[in-house]
Design a protein around this ligand. Structure first.
Ligand code: ADP
Length: 404
């Protein structure tokens, strides 16, 4: 009898390892396929989200050309063009936010934040839309005004709440929305509760991922890019909190998120909200140079300023702008586009500042990154405003720089 014994421990563990690798490979392949599928759905969605408002803008602009429109019809068409423009701007802002988050380039601006005021402003903002849908809107503040000031990023908190209330409004057709916050240990717990369509159990985590929507089929009723919640979640993480959702399909959803309660015991009064009233005062007797290569943007600025009784000069590139400043000592201020042919706005500003260091230069740009703002300031620009240009903001900046 000859007996042979083989120790196959190694072989078996090799086999086990191979099996594990295979399982991992299959999972990776599935993840890649899923991500590919999401990317395609995203592109399709974005294309749809851009084309829909474009359809409104181009379609109603065309209709506006018709000669016998009543004043009411004209006003309605213009309102629809505005709404479509805003929808597109929101999408672009969301895309920018998400790409900044992914690149780790989000900058937090931590300041004193009067939470109650923020919530009340939100109420004023949403109330007309909520009324239009026949819903109710309740806001509950969990602390007295004197104890509600925390240190956080005001605009990010505002963006998170706006997004949650906007979603609640979008997905609710009867009942209404309750939102507010309460103090829980050392955190403020904010909530936005609606009586809308609710969220299926298997989607409760997924909706916080980029581009995820419960229904992204062709029969989808609601507009949206699927980015709002992932942006909100990323901001909440950065601000030291967490977000979760409780929901029952058909009954409604309740979104909760926390932020550290680092109450400021300052004796300072709540800062006043930025002036929202329309600026009516004019800036008479000024000569403004607009450096802008895009005809439409130049015309828009000219019309904005002409209404303010200002003499407008224009240049279509940076080189021309420098020449104009050289030959027109009466120029009081320059509105400088950044991306221009022949010479860009940075270089033109540098040269203008050498000629007339005290001449205010306002950069007006469609690039909205902090980096771009920094570059403009380094080049010598006194202020930066972003396109689409808000007429009141432009007027305010000019008044500040020209001390009128
Ligand atoms: P968007 O609203 O642009 O699609 P979000 O990231 O804000 O993107 O939301 C992702 C998805 O989560 C929505 O498409 C929707 O399916 C679901 N969702 C978000 N909020 C609610 C809500 N209050 N009620 C029902 N579903 C919601």
């Amino acid at each position: 009898m000859i007996g042979l014994i083989h120790d196959i421990t190694d072989r078996k563990s090799n086999e086990k390892e191979k099996e594990n690798i295979l399982v991992e490979l299959i999972a990776a392949k599935e993840r890649a396929e899923e991500s590919d599928r999401l990317k395609s759905a995203f592109l399709c969605n974005i294309s749809h989200e851009i084309r829909t408002p474009m359809n409104g803008i181009l379609g109603f602009s065309e209709l506006l050309k018709e000669p016998h429109l009543s004043g009411k019809e004209q006003a309605r068409y213009i309102e629809l063009i505005e709404q479509s423009g805003e929808r597109m701007l929101n999408l672009i802002n969301d895309l920018l936010d998400i790409s900044r988050i992914e690149a780790g380039e989000t900058i937090l601006q931590i300041t004193e934040t009067p939470v109650n005021r923020l919530l009340h402003d939100l109420y004023a903002f949403f109330k007309p839309e909520v009324d239009k849908k026949g819903l109710h809107l309740h806001c509950t503040t969990g602390l007295p005004d004197s104890e509600c000031i925390i240190e956080t990023d005001t605009s990010k908190l505002n963006q998170i709440l706006m997004n949650l209330v906007q979603n609640a409004l979008k997905f609710t057709s009867s009942g209404g929305i309750d939102y507010g916050y309460m103090l829980k240990d050392s955190f403020l717990e904010f909530y936005v509760i609606d009586s809308g369509i609710g969220i299926p159990v298997d989607m409760k985590i997924k909706i916080f991922e980029r581009f995820r929507q419960v229904n992204n089929s062709l029969t989808r009723h609601h507009e949206g890019s699927g980015l709002g919640l992932s942006i909100s979640k990323a901001y909440i993480d950065m601000l030291g909190g967490t977000i979760r959702v409780e929901s029952e399909e058909g009954l409604g959803s309740a979104f909760y998120f926390t932020l550290p309660y680092n109450h400021l015991f300052s004796s300072k009064k709540e800062p006043l909200s930025p002036a929202t009233e329309k600026l009516t005062a004019s800036l008479p007797g000024l000569t403004i140079l607009i450096a802008e290569d895009d005809n439409v943007s130049r015309l828009l600025l000219t019309i904005y300023l002409k209404n303010e009784h200002i003499t407008v000069l224009s240049a279509v590139n940076g080189h021309e702008a420098v020449e104009m400043v050289m030959h027109h000592p009466e120029i009081d201020c320059v509105l400088m586009d950044i991306k221009m042919p022949v010479m860009n706005g940075f270089e033109a500003t540098r040269q203008i500042k050498q000629l007339r260091p005290d001449l205010p230069v306002i950069a007006q740009t469609a690039f909205t990154s902090k980096e771009e703002e920094k570059k403009a300031k380094t080049a010598g620009c006194d202020s930066v405003i972003f396109k689409p240009i808000n007429r009141n903001e432009l007027s305010e900046v000019m008044k500040r720089l020209l001390k009128r």
